[in-house]
Design a binder for this molecule. Sequence first.
Ligand code: AP5
Ligand code: MG
Length: 214
Amino acid sequence: MNLLIMGKPGAGKGTQAKKLLEHYKLTHISTGDIYREEMKNNSKIGIEAKKYISQGNLVPDDMTNEIVKKVLSTHKYPNGFMLDGYPRTDAQADALDATLNDLGIKLTAVINVDVRDDVLLHRMAGRRVCSNCGHPYHVDYHPPKVKGICDFCGGHLVQRPDDLEDAVMNRLNIYNEKTRPLLQHYQKQGLLRIIDGGKTSDEVFNDIVSKLGE
Ligand code: AP5
Ligand code: MG
């Protein structure tokens, strides 16, 4: 099963991806997580990406396409993969189509997690992530067992710099302008599954699993 998970910033892509990976034993490929790891390591890619990410802008397509192509072509995915946060532009969707075609891989479905803007803003304002493993929490909806500490690895929870108000508004505008139009691309291919992401995360998960079963 090879899936794409799409949706506005803060829609719950990462949260659902983690649940789906466990359920279907998929490999998670999140371009946002890849960039955050590179930034943590202060690598050349991380230093370059930080200029864009901290403002809520997209990292240039060439750089992102090259990373995803390398990840898809150099790893094995025995049960399939879940791409999270990619593609986000026309050029990325075209590059992904070409890479999958070259590798002889077909997408099973594209999940779009649909959430109202006021709900997203509240989710991003309250989001905290583990500074070590990246696991997402929310101060109201998914608090950790011990305040400020990751349930899984004991790392400290922090706020993402791009969850501050100016960067969030920029991310939403960019989504509307560049990423939302891609839904049509996948609708035409008969792959799009739209999910109401405004419910609790367990309900959203159950809805996705039943849609995929259809
Ligand atoms: P990325 O990391 O992909 O960020 P994003 O798309 O903006 O999405 P988020 O990770 O913010 O939200 P999410 O949908 O995963 O929500 P989450 O599950 O955490 O990208 C970051 C940046 O990297 C980009 O802005 C860009 O600069 C760069 N980048 C990445 N990919 C790129 C690409 N392809 N091209 C160019 N640049 C790229 O949930 C949010 C919060 O809500 C959490 O606190 C969670 O606990 C809570 N929550 C989740 N679900 C629910 C629920 N059902 N009910 C209540 N609370 C919930
Ligand atoms: Mg995410």
